[in-house]
Every structure is written in C-alpha cells, then in structure tokens.
Ligand binder design. Structure first.
Ligand SMILES: [Zn+2]
Length: 474
C-alpha cells in the first residue's frame, strides 16, 4: 500500500537457462499504484477484478504513515495526532524501515493457558479447591431452515448497448423460513410437570432441554423475535453455569451454538444482530465469516456469543457430527425436501396436511433422489404431524437437539484435562491448552520450584540473537 517510489529490484530470469538468475539494481523509477484485488468465480473459473485506488486514505478512512506505508491511524481516534506524529518522526529517522526491538519481562513467566486464561480455574487453584472446577456445559443451540427465492436480475455492464441483459446475473437468494433453538439448562424439580422441559442424562448428570421455534408465520421480524427470546432464555443458562459459591468468579457469556453457521446461517441473521435493542459488541473473524460474534443487550447489558460447533471439529456436516461425536442412541437427522418448496409457494405447500411426495425430495443441487427406505422413514415420521408446517417445526427442532450429545461429549473430553472448551474459540486453542495442561499435570501450588540454573547454562537472549533469528527470517 502506498505510492512508494523506490529503486525497484528487477529479477531477470534467463529463459534458456533456469539455473541462472541474476539480480540487478535498476536505476529507473517505476511508479507504483495502489490496487484493490477482488476475487470471484465465474463458471468455476477464478476471476480477479483489479481496482485502481487513487485515494487510499479516503477509501479506508485511515491515515497512513508516508514513510513505511504500513502503520495506519484512525483520524477519529482521540490520540490520533499524538500517535501519528510520534510514529512519523521516528519512522522518518529509520528511513521507513520497521525496527523491531526485543523487550523481555524481568522474570521468566510460565505459559499455562488453561489456568491463566480461565479466571475460575486460576481462583480454584489458588484456593486449593480445583476439585470444584466444572466446565461450561449449559448453552443454547440454533439452526435455520431456508427456502430459495428466485431473483434472476442482471447487474454489471449491459452486453450490448441498450440491452437489459448484463454480464452478471443474480439467480437466487436463500430466505430464512424458520429458526429453532434448544436450551440446555440445569434440571429443576419444578420442570417435572412442564411440557416445555425434557429431562435427559448427559456426562454431567441430569439436565433439562427446552426448545423454542419461530417461523415466517409469526411475521417477517421472526428472527428478531427469536433473538429477543434467546436473550431471555440465556439469563437462566448464565445462572446455571455459575457456581453456587458466589466468591468463585465465572463471567463467561452464554454460547449460542450453530452448525456450519459461519459460512451459511450467519449471513441470514447477521443483519438482525444490530438494532435499537441490542448491538454487536465484538466480532472476531473475517467479513461474513465470524468465528465469534458477541452481541450485547443495550438495556440489560447482557451478552451472548454466537459461535459455530465446527470451531471445535474438522469440517463436516451436521449428520456426521451427530454420528461421529454422539452416542449410539443419538437421534439421526430428519429428512426435509429443501428443493421441493420455494419462496413463492412455501405457504401453500406447507399448509397441506398430506406428506410430501418422494419426488419433492429430489435434489438437483446434490444430484440425488431419495431412496424408498428413507421415504418410508419420512412417512412414518410425518404421520405424527398434522400439517407440513408442523413437520418443518419438528425437523428444525430436531436439528438443534441432535447437536447436544456430540457437543457434550466434546466438552467432557476436554474437561478431563481441566480445559473448559467453550472458554476457548477453536480446536487449536483447546489442543494448545491441553498440551500445557499435561506439562503442568504434577504442578503443586505449595511446592517451591527453584530455578535450576546449575544444571544447564542459562539462555541469554541478546539483541543480536533476536536480529538474526527473528528479524532476518523470511
Ligand atoms: Zn511508518
């Protein structure tokens, strides 16, 4: 970034002899342009659009250092002028080179993420009561069902002058049809005679499951209604995760776990995550692919975090996730004719009480038809529901329920190493926590661990060592 006029190094490669290359310093000044690369695919071919940016500061609303072109500053920041001036004056002296300096702590500091990054465990360890440590296992799952809406509009440049047909076409968009959530709560006797709660056994004992469901029949704002209800349900989940002993710190916000949502579902509801009632408090991930989105209720300041179950597994689909990590008795994913209904006919089709025909399950997308066995399974299942809307609700709710068992098994698996899975954001971070938890397995808080300086020569990190190992690399 930055219009950097410099003596460009030009590499000449002799085409007749690949082994010999020579570098020479060219003394002509080659102008450099700022470009914005946008990648796209067209008929499974990668294409790149190259935009020439004339005003980088205007495009990014950031001010760039005119010497290194790497450091950026937000002109709206309170300390903008101070930070900008101090960087630029130093950067000018350094000739635009970023100088990295090593600054070490006075004392070597241990790295034990499962303790240092978990205030609950750290507190219990300091009080010699780690046997009280429990993992976060009350949470909320969610899933969306969608229908395809044909758009068929053209955009871009007209193919010929005055033509309505352009070089780009938008074919269809997925519209959310319904959303369901399963809420996992601490079991209470008062739930016994309440149909909203189901008692199940988990690796952590008896718990209660409650399912909520919203669809387009409740209005076009049904997703906002769902989020509002999720905030409401999260209050109890938060209490259930906390310790009875109020001195034990626990401040994690409730996880709202979707499946594959970072690539797909999230796009459906991300626009509902900010309104006059609640707002996005933090967003980790790339545009359109959030790894974790924390949403805060403006009035109650209550926070919930949307994450994806796949943060903790290999890439897979929900049916296999349920099978791979669930128990043998885990229900299998239901069957629904995704391509059998569209945005234009969903209400007409779903109001019917007869089951879908086997043809409705044909999938052009996956180039598959339904087997007779699967269709019989569907028919047996569909018999229990008065209309197709009711079946959709059952199907949607089932998707959020079959995630519970595999999630609990994963959480429990990490728990054996005193690692609280949901307190970390990814499989890699959890694996890292396990690695150091094992290294610290026999660590005893009451033992004095003197520095064993006599056994080996101490390592002294010098600036020259840092320069050769860190700065000159790459
Ligand atoms: Zn600079």
């Amino acid at each position: 970034l930055g219009e950097r006029r410099q003596y460009n190094k030009i590499k000449h490669i002799k085409t007749d002899d690949n082994d010999e290359t020579e570098e020479e310093q060219s003394d002509e000044i080659i102008p450099t342009f700022n470009i914005l690369l946008v990648s796209d695919t067209h008929e499974s071919q990668s294409i790149y659009h190259v935009f020439h940016v004339t005003n980088t500061d205007g495009l990014t609303r950031q001010k760039y250092c005119p010497h290194c072109y790497q450091q950026s500053f937000d002109p709206k920041d309170d300390h903008y002028k101070r930070d900008y001036d101090s960087h630029v004056s130093q950067c000018k002296i350094n000739g635009g080179q970023i100088i990295k300096k090593v600054k070490l702590d006075e004392q070597p500091f241990p790295y034990i993420p499962h303790i240092q990054r978990n205030e609950t465990y750290a507190y219990l360890l300091a009080n010699n009561t780690t046997q009280q440590f429990k993992t976060t296992h009350y949470y909320i799952t969610y899933d969306f069902e969608t229908v395809e809406r044909k758009v068929n509009t053209y955009f871009g440049k007209p193919i010929t002058k005055d033509s309505v047909i352009c070089n780009s076409q938008w074919i269809s968009v997925l519209e959310p049809l319904s959303v369901a959530s399963t809420i996992k709560l601490k079991w209470r006797e008062q739930y016994n005679n309440d149909d909203n709660y189901r008692k199940i056994t988990t690796p952590f004992g008896t718990v209660a499951l409650k399912t909520i469901y919203f669809d387009l029949r409740q209005g076009t704002d049904f997703i906002s209604q769902w989020i509002e209800q999720v905030f409401e349900e999260a209050k109890q989940v938060e209490l259930d995760n906390k310790y009875d002993n109020k001195d034990i710190p626990y401040n994690q916000c409730v996880s709202i776990i979707g499946f594959n949502s970072s690539r797909f579902d999230q796009a459906l509801f991300s626009k509902y995550l900010h309104n006059d009632k609640w707002t996005i408090q933090s967003y980790i991930g790339t545009m359109g692919q959030g790894k974790q989105i924390v949403v805060e209720h403006k009035q109650t300041k209550q926070q919930i975090k949307f994450i994806d179950a796949m943060n903790y597994t290999q890439p897979t689909d929900l049916a296999n996730f349920a099978k791979d990590f669930g128990n043998k008795d885990n229900e299998s994913k239901g069957l629904f004719p995704y391509e059998g209904i569209t945005y234009d006919n969903y209400n007409y089709e779903l109001n019917k009480s007869c089951p879908f025909s086997i043809r409705a399950f044909d999938s052009q997308l996956k180039n598959k038809t339904m087997s007779d066995d699967d269709y019989q399974l569907y028919l047996t299942d569909a018999k229990n529901y008065a209309t197709r809307w009711d079946y959709l609700q059952h199907y949607n709710e089932l998707d959020t329920q079959i995630m519970i068992q595999p999630l609990d098994n994963l959480i429990n698996w990490f728990y054996q190493y005193n690692v609280d899975m949901l307190s970390f954001m990814s499989l890699a971070a959890n694996a890292n926590a396990i690695k150091y938890a094992i290294a610290y397995k026999d660590f005893d808080f009451n033992v004095n661990y003197p520095q064993q300086s006599k056994k080996s020569t101490p390592f002294i990190l010098s600036q020259s060592y840092w320069n050769s190992k860190v700065i000159r690399q790459g």
